[in-house]
Every structure is written in structure tokens, then in C-alpha cells.
Design a protein around this ligand. Structure first.
Ligand SMILES: [Zn+2]
Length: 182
């Protein structure tokens, strides 16, 4: 889910960029091309995923790709152009777990400002306990609350989402959780 997005060469002409405040009244340091003057603006990326549930168990996927290869995650990935948040979350769940499910409400919104990402997780109701994971997943498995491998989770946004999900599930009332990961 993480990626190095540092701009080193101009996307328009290939010249090595300079990191400086542009001359147009901007106040932030940007990657500016000294040759063609293109300014490369960078903005946070959206990561979308689901909390898929079968009875009282939660579906986790064991990652088959770096980073965090071999660690467990909720199905999630980068939102694509032309998708709504919910469409992207559903696509990632199909791709990574091969699951059949019904989408429910948005559950968590997490600012990960350190890496320039915002993560969104939706609740999802599995319609079958049979999975057909794609190449990004070694194994898709259902975990009861007591069996969640907390020390083997891939990402902080996953553990923070699961903690809040289990707390809400114990009351039967699901809210929308906004969290800043610092
Ligand atoms: Zn250039």
C-alpha cells in the first residue's frame, strides 16, 4: 500500500527537477522543472477496502506482495480513476479475496498524512465462505475476534479499523470512525 512518490525527473521533458517554491505566489515546495517550468503537484492518494464478515468471523488476506509480504490485511488498495469509493473497495475485495459479498456502510476514514494517503473501509457481508484469492494474496481466511493475528497485521490502518469494528460489533451499533494515524 505504501509507495515512494518522490518526483525526480520532469514528467513532461525528463529533466531533473528542482524542489523549490514556484514563482507564482505558491507557498509550498514543489518539484519544478528548470527546463520547461512544469510544476509537479502531489496530493494524497485514496486507499479503499472492506471489512468482510461471515457470521461472527472477519475475512483477512495474507499478502503475497511487498510491502509486508506474509502479513495479514483487510482487502484494500488504491482507488482507480472513474471509481466511487465503494466501487473501488468492492473491486479490491473481489481481486484480493475472490469473495462474494454485499457492500454496507462506510465504517472508517483514516488520515495517514505521513505518507500522503487517506484510507476508507466499508463494512461488507459475505454471501459465501468460499474464496478464490488473486495473485496478491497467499491465503484468504476467516478469523474469530479471539484469533485475529494482531502482531502479524500489515498496516496500522487495518489494526485501528479492526479494533473499532470489534468494539462496535459488541454493541451491535456501527458508527463512522474518523482517525488520524500519526
Ligand atoms: Zn520539464
Amino acid at each position: 500500500m505504501w509507495s515512494d512518490r518522490t518526483v525526480r525527473y520532469c514528467r513532461a521533458c525528463g529533466t531533473a527537477v528542482q524542489n523549490r517554491v514556484p514563482d507564482d505566489g505558491d507557498t509550498k515546495v514543489r518539484a519544478v522543472c528548470p527546463a520547461c517550468h512544469t510544476i509537479h503537484y502531489q496530493n494524497p492518494l485514496n486507499v479503499v477496502g472492506t471489512i468482510p464478515v461471515w457470521q461472527d468471523r472477519i475475512l483477512l488476506c495474507k499478502r503475497n506482495i511487498e510491502p509486508r509480504l506474509g502479513k495479514w490485511t483487510l482487502p484494500a488498495g488504491f482507488l482507480e480513476m472513474g471509481e466511487t469509493l465503494a466501487e473501488g473497495a468492492a473491486r479490491e475485495t473481489r481481486e484480493e479475496a475472490g469473495a462474494t459479498f454485499a457492500m454496507h456502510e462506510l465504517f472508517s476514514v483514516m488520515n495517514v498524512t505521513r505518507v500522503g494517503q487517506v484510507h476508507f473501509f466499508y463494512r461488507a457481508q459475505l454471501l459465501s465462505a468460499t474464496f478464490d484469492p488473486g495473485h496478491e494474496t497467499q491465503e484468504a481466511r476467516l478469523f474469530a475476534a479471539a484469533d485475529i493475528p494482531w502482531d502479524e497485521l500489515a498496516f496500522r490502518t487495518v489494526s485501528e479499523t479492526l479494533k473499532r469494528y470489534l468494539a462496535d460489533a459488541s454493541t451491535g451499533r456501527f458508527g463512522l470512525h474518523q482517525v488520524d494515524i500519526v
